[in-house]
Design a protein around this ligand. Sequence first.
Ligand code: HEC
Length: 483
Amino acid sequence: MVTARQLTGVTGLVFAIGLSISTQSVTQAQAPAAAPAPTFTKDVLPILQRSCQNCHRPGTPAPMSLLTYQDARPWARAIKAKVTSREMPPWHIDRSIGEYLQDPSLSDREVALIAGWVDGGAPEGRASDAPAPRVFPASSQWTYGEPDLIVRMEKGFKIPAEGPDFLPEEVVDPKLTEDRYVKWVQIIPDAHRAVHHAHVYVDLPEGTDTEGLGLGMGSNVGNSMDLIEYGAGNDADLFPDGTTKVLKKGSLFRFEGHYHPYGEETFDRMRVGIKFYPKGVVPKYAVTSHRIRTGVGNDWVLNRERIEDLLLRAGYKLSIDEPSMPTGALIAENPLHAAALLSIPPNSVVQHERFWPLPKPALIVSFQPHMHFRGSRLLLEAIHPDGRREVLTSATHYQQNWQITYKYKTPHLFPAGTILHTVSIHDNTANNKHNPDPTAWVGWGSRTMDEMGHGWTDVAFLTDVQYKEELAKRKAPTTDSRQ
Ligand code: HEC
């Protein structure tokens, strides 16, 4: 028998251990004491329905279904590991900054519930606790209903079983006889598994007033507009009422697939489906996609001397008052160019920045970080005209196999002259488990083994009057949506 006397010698130690245990496991330990252990039907299934089943169901690229207890039970340990590491659901930003639409990320409480369920032996629970099953459209179906226009690749592309990634293009005429306004747009590829990502661009007819459409202005070049990008976890864009992408009559659609052979030969003829606003309805704001990029494009405007110098060295003939970047000068694979835009030496972690002063007042609708294997972090901040800096989104655990668009719950409203600033961080060391080769020097380029470091930003430019209206609608006198 242990007497009180024998114990006194160790009380201090017991107390110290007790303390460290209780501070560490306060959330896990207290909840179950008050409530019964979490069960699948009552606690876990509602979380899976909201945050996981959209991808984890039959017929999608995700490795397993998480629709039922029978589906999920064998994966219990993996589920706990992936949710506690915050790899799943894919949402790779600092959750404490900003509010987003369709945010599938889990609260700390939800993560603790899943962990508690797994640690408690992953019990099923009462059938009567289960919410009604969610019903999903098949992956070959349109998410938001029937589109008004479906445009499909005519030739399509064969993806061999093996070989390097390739990015072929096919131009298709959607035969638009009048201007239309997009309510939603979606891409459906045939070869889901082979499509790393894909774009549909709109090549505007000759003579289009591109600035009037919100294009150009230092962040994208040419008379082409991004209609939609497809990527894992990102295939459809629904525009909130009053916002749209404008499709000019006579435009052509340019499909660009980034294909990745995966061991089986397949064929892809992807389609894009579009629902228009009813005829006669003209939405107030036209949204365009801009690249705040560490890379080509806005260099001409923001960094002209350096780029002129590079182009001259590369053999281009430029006149002293060249009005715009010479067509064809932006050769991605030109090593001189690639090095100047993004230089990532072997075994190093490097940071690049990009500044884009907004040429007009604007609503910032969404942000999508884009880098390749070495990309580890990408931050977007606004530098207000008064010098105040506001972080909008911080992709703290970026992963290149996920191209996630973070849509702001309330679009950020900024006056002209606000500077959008991105900071991209590339980790080219062996610590980065996605790094194929830490001994390689890497520069800018469009192949997966090259790098990029830009933010895709959906923007609606406003007139000064519209800006004042929007400002008046927002109660807070500051544009900082978090205050
Ligand atoms: C946007 C689509 C998407 C969502 C949402 C999503 N997953 Fe996944 N998940 C995937 C894909 C694709 C993979 C395989 C590739 C990878 O691991 O990145 C995967 C992998 C996993 C794995 C690893 C499986 C293995 O082979 O080891 C687990 C576990 C997992 N997900 C659990 C979850 C849970 C739990 C949720 C919700 C809390 C969730 N996922 C949400 C698409 C998704």
